[in-house]
Every structure is written in C-alpha cells, then in structure tokens.
Design a protein. Structure first.
Length: 283
C-alpha cells in the first residue's frame, strides 16, 4: 500500500499544521533530498575553485614567523600518502559546499519544523533562517581571523631543535574544528530567543541568570577551542557574551509586548493577580 504524499504547500495542510506519520516521513525525505542536492551542487562548484579555497585556508599558517615553520620558513603543508592530496581536495570541496549551502539546508530545517508551530510563531521562520546564516558566517569569519594567533601560540612551543611541519590533513582538521566551534557557538542568541518566544524561559529569568551564563560561556570557550590559548578563548567568549546580551534585550522587548496584550503574562507563579480589585466586595 502506497503511503500518501505530504502536503508540501501551506494551503494543502490542515489549519493546525497536523500531518500523519506518513506525511511526516515524506516531508522529511523531501527536505533532506533538497538539502543534499544543494550541498552536491555547491560542492561541485567548490571543487572547481578548490585551489583558491585551499590557498585561502593556508594564509594564517603562511603568515606565521619563519622560525615557526620548517623548510627554511617556506609555507608548505606536507602529505604522507599518495591518495592524501585527492582526499584533501574532496574534503575541502565538501566543507566549502556545506558552508555555501547553509542557507538552503537551514531553510529546509525550518520548513520542516514550522508546521508544528502556531501561526504567530511561523512568521519568525524567515527571520530565523536569515539570522542563522548571518551568525554562522560571522562565527566562521571570527574563527578564520583568530587562526593565526592560535597557530602562533601552539607552534611557538617548538624550540630546542624541534621544527613543526604539519600535514595538510592535520591542518585542515584544525581549521575545520575552529570554524565549526565558532560558527555553532554564534547561534547561541537564536537558541535563547527561540526559547523565549515559545515561553520556555522569560526575559526576567535570563537577566537573573547572567552571571551563571557568563561563567558557562567562559568554561565552554576554554574547553571547546582547539588551540585553548587565551586569545582564541577570549575571541570566542566575548562575542558570545555580547550576543547573549542582545538576545536578553530582544527577549525583554518581546515579553513587554506580550504583557501589554496579556496582563497576567509576567506574573510569577506565587504572585496574586489584581483581576478582581475593581469589583465590589460581596457582603
């Protein structure tokens, strides 16, 4: 028995966004296929320009002092196998393709989630997708511009006859780890705002917990950064704290607007309402 096709258009869905299990499966498959297709296309394009991309990624290493690089200070990344240049080319193309296709797969992710949201929550989908792409790219840019400091810190320990000659695979892995940590971490404000919009956490709670959040960000930056040098940890922690502050401001504005429409919205669980203050007492 063939399962029903999903209602892909908004007009074909039920008003409350409900879908059967079969429709959810087909919907998920459709979103995944579109996302993979976009990644394949951008990966092919990145493969055409893989030489330029790899040269761009090598620049933080090439800018290091000559004493921190072997082979008379030349900017050279070595390989240990015959197939390694080929696999590195594929990895660079794939990583660049995933990054370039992020607007598509982030949009597909939100389109899969939004049918379960209320109508007033769905309108935020486009804004969240645009903000996700922007923050992801901003985090990746921060990671790239801190690579030189992190490499300088790590390779600076090579002394006493020790010379560093990293392989292209090890270097690429370090760069990808840095980019992923920064790019994902910069999505923090979206997570905070999302939790506030759906009523999981209030702006008052976010303001009250700022000390613990800053401490958690500092610990996360110390553990998550691959280089673990003070400059890189600060470059990750400080923007995250700023982004958290912006998220708290947005959450505060949202809660005030909701409270203006719903007077009982911002009352604590043990706080009495004044809903009956104007009614005469019954004798």
């Amino acid at each position: 028995m063939r399962m029903p096709r999903p209602a892909r258009a908004d007009k074909d869905r039920s008003p409350d966004g409900r879908m059967s299990l079969g429709e959810h499966v087909y919907e998920l498959r459709y979103r995944v296929i579109v996302s993979i297709g976009a990644v394949i296309v951008t990966t092919i394009v990145a493969y055409v320009f893989h030489g330029h991309i790899l040269h761009f990624l090598e620049q933080p290493y090439c800018k290091l002092p000559a004493k921190d690089r072997a082979l008379q200070g030349r900017c050279v990344l070595i390989t240990h196998g015959i197939l390694e240049p080929f696999t590195v080319t594929l990895k660079v193309s794939l990583y660049a393709g995933v990054l370039a296709a992020s607007p598509v797969w982030l949009y597909q992710l939100w389109r899969f989630v939004t049918p379960g949201l209320y109508a007033h929550e769905k309108r935020y989908a486009t804004v969240f997708v645009a903000a996700s792409v922007l923050l992801f790219a901003l985090g990746a840019a921060f990671a790239y511009y801190t690579l030189e400091k992190g490499l300088n810190f790590l390779l600076g320990f090579a002394s006493g006859g020790i010379a560093s000659l990293p392989t292209v695979t090890a270097y690429l892995g370090f760069v990808v780890a840095m980019v992923l940590v920064f790019a994902v971490s910069f999505e923090l404000p979206l997570l905070v705002i999302m939790l506030n919009l759906v009523g999981v956490v209030s702006a008052a709670r976010l303001r009250h917990s700022w000390r613990g959040v800053i401490m958690g960000i500092a610990v996360f930056a110390a553990v998550a950064t691959p280089s673990q040098d003070p400059f890189t940890m600060s470059a990750l922690a400080l923007p995250m704290c700023v982004l958290y502050g912006i998220a708290v401001i947005i959450a505060t504005v949202h809660d005030k607007r909701v409270a203006a429409r719903e007077p009982l919205y911002d009352l604590a669980d043990d706080e009495l309402s004044n809903i009956d203050d104007d009614e005469p007492a019954v004798t």
